[in-house]
Design a protein around this ligand. Structure first.
Ligand code: FAD
Length: 317
């Protein structure tokens, strides 16, 4: 079922969902299940599965370093299929511009269609580790808006190089990313919102936000989006702080601000167990306020570990 249908069916009740990361190559999928199992009692209507960018590794060959391009966490679509099958839940693969040609994207979308996957999260993707900025792949899309357009075209039976006359079309519901504190490369929030709106005009059906720790940022963002005529659901993304290092890492990687009260609370912790507890309490406060404001879904970034998400969900759902 589509995300938008789940939201309609909930009739104003806030739904619970979360995002997982595929395991590193060679790890057993059971590790993933062990972290999903405790969250299923909160009845997520859908689970997102991220896609990681490929990266360079260097192999020592008799003193000479051989540079190889590899993907450390492959398997997004396979994991979507296995979770869908095991838990009877909708799964949403994150599909990236970066690292894929348009043709490879088309084949991936065809796979998703055959697997009964109804939703696609369309993203540009992060820059590769070695890159300062995102570099589009040869033959791939430059912006997520182009990917949205490709998925929308496929929904209309329009493949890359031909139109296929068929009643058997894909009908993907398309999710996109939004940034309450603006995307790091955007010169202003207004410009970023302009491109957000473009993605919706090209066929996107809902937005999931980047993490934020101050709900005002989300409320202001939604208001600004609505003022621009954006009417689709805007799902807040919540990440509980888990280790002290997040104080530096999260602003650096995601270009987001952390509220001073949260910083002070984390800094006063003696160890990461205490930090994890602070992260849970903060996310509960955020979630309560967002739920009271009637958000359609509370979407949690689990980063592969579920104990803290379970503690938050127990307090909210
Ligand atoms: P875009 O919408 O293409 O925007 C990128 C930048 O370009 C923005 O600054 C925008 O304002 C600007 N822009 C957009 N269109 C145009 C245009 N036509 N002309 C000029 N400027 C334009 N990354 C991963 O690698 N894997 C994941 O699984 C993943 N999941 C994510 C899930 C969520 C909910 C979010 C919020 C982010 C996720 N990301 C993921 C990170 C995301 O890929 C990065 O933030 C990336 O840098 C931007 O992706 P986007 O889809 O927002 O890009």
């Amino acid at each position: 079922m589509k995300v938008t249908e789940h939201i309609e069916k909930a009739m104003g009740n806030t739904l619970f969902s979360f995002e997982i990361i595929p395991p590193v190559k060679g790890r057993h999928i059971k590790e993933l299940y062990d972290n999903i199992d405790p969250l299923m009692e909160f009845k997520p209507p859908f689970i997102d599965v991220t896609t990681s960018r490929e990266e360079y590794i260097y192999i020592d060959k008799n003193g000479l370093l051989d540079k190889k391009l590899t993907r450390m966490r492959p398997g997004t679509v396979g994991i979507c299929a296995s979770i869908k099958h095991k838990y009877n839940v909708d799964t949403i693969p994150h599909v990236l511009c970066g690292g894929f040609t348009k043709e490879e994207t088309e084949y991936l979308l065809v796979d998703c269609h055959y697997l009964g996957i109804d939703n696609i999260m369309a993203l540009r993707g992060d820059a590769m580790k070695e890159e300062k900025y995102f570099e589009p792949s040869k033959g791939g899309h430059v912006y997520a808006s182009e990917l949205v357009e490709q998925i929308h075209n496929l929904n209309c039976g329009q493949y890359l190089h031909e139109v296929v006359e068929t009643d058997y079309c894909a009908d993907f519901c398309i999710g996109i990313a939004g940034y309450p504190e603006k995307h790091m490369e955007a010169p202003s929030l207004q410009t970023d919102l302009k491109w957000l709106k473009k993605k919706i005009e090209l066929g996107a059906h809902y937005v999931v936000t980047q993490m934020f720790f101050d709900n005002k940022k989300y409320f202001d963002f939604v208001k600004a989006a609505r003022d621009m005529g954006i009417t689709v659901p805007i799902i807040p993304g919540i990440k509980p702080i888990a280790v002290k290092r997040h104080l530096q890492l999260l602003p650096q990687v995601f270009r987001i601000d952390l509220p001073q009260d949260l910083i002070d609370a984390v800094e006063s912790c003696k160890n990461n167990k205490e930090v994890r507890q602070i992260g849970i309490e903060w996310a509960i406060l955020q979630s309560k306020e967002l739920k009271a404001a009637g958000v359609p879904v509370l979407h949690y970034y689990s980063m592969g570990k579920s104990d803290n998400i379970k503690a938050i969900a127990e307090a909210i759902f």
